[in-house]
Ligand binder design. Structure first.
Ligand SMILES: *[C@@H]1O[C@H](CO)[C@@H](O)[C@H](O)[C@H]1NC(C)=O
Ligand SMILES: *[C@@H]1O[C@H](CO)[C@@H](O)[C@H](O)[C@H]1NC(C)=O
Ligand SMILES: *[C@@H]1O[C@H](CO)[C@@H](O)[C@H](O)[C@H]1NC(C)=O
Ligand SMILES: *[C@@H]1O[C@H](CO)[C@@H](O)[C@H](O)[C@H]1NC(C)=O
Length: 188
């Protein structure tokens, strides 16, 4: 009994290693327009990575959030300066507009039923744009000045439905509720 349990455990851990070792890691990803970022992190769920340049001089973080997504879905990445998880998220969002263009904007998440419409953030944000390349959506943007703070809770999300150019609710279980963590812009 004990033996078969540890065998199952071994098989499971090997299975979970396979996609990691065969997958492309963020550090050797080539951006479509050859942008280069100093730092990156492969995120543990939702097939996503965060790339960034952080300037200690300006305290701005130039970011690219990249995630596998179907062409008609949406993706989002956010800092949550005051809390953890969805509520309070200062989000950047990308989706394909009905006219065929990728669009991106900022939105502040203040409830579990957010508008998902463009809005001001509590953090200065600029140069927000999006692309769709090789089955991935990418959001670019600059956050800051962030002051003396370099470590934040962050959250990321995706959903497969957009209606009238508004992202619709994402799955409420599995990886979609595990997609949060800590980011330190001075790391990596
Ligand atoms: C990136 O690196 C990983 C692991 O070293 C490798 O498996 C993968 O083929 C590389 N991808 C590219 C595009 O070079
Ligand atoms: C990030 O910083 C490096 C070095 O400072 C610079 O070469 C690179 O162009 C920056 N990346 C972007 C996307 O601006
Ligand atoms: C689609 O709509 C967006 C948002 O209004 C606009 O920025 C973009 O230029 C439009 N694209 C086309 C191809 O019309
Ligand atoms: C960061 O700045 C704030 C506000 O100016 C200050 O209260 C805080 O002590 C500073 N923290 C550090 C680690 O310097």
């Amino acid at each position: 009994m004990a033996k078969s349990n540890s065998l199952i455990l071994l098989v499971c851990s090997l299975a979970s290693l396979v996609p990691i070792s065969s997958a492309e890691t963020c550090s050797n990803y080539s951006f479509p327009s050859n942008q280069v970022f100093h730092s990156c992190m492969d995120l543990p769920v939702l097939q996503a990575s965060l790339h960034w340049n952080y300037s200690q001089l300006t305290t701005k973080a130039q970011i690219a959030y990249r995630a596998t997504q179907i062409p008609i879905g949406w993706i989002s990445w956010a800092l949550n300066p005051l809390g953890r998880g969805m509520i309070g998220s200062q989000a950047l969002l990308a989706l394909r507009h009905a006219n065929g263009s990728m669009i991106a904007y900022s939105t502040s998440i203040t409830s579990y039923n957010p508008s998902m419409l463009p809005g001001e953030l509590g953090i200065p944000v600029s140069d927000v744009s999006a692309e769709y390349v090789d089955q991935q959506m990418i959001i670019f943007g600059v956050l800051g000045p962030l002051g003396n703070r370099t470590s934040f809770n962050h959250v990321w999300q995706r959903g497969s439905t957009v209606s009238e150019n508004i992202p619709q609710v994402h799955p409420l279980s599995g990886q979609n509720v595990e997609s949060m963590g800590l980011i330190n812009f001075l790391s990596s």
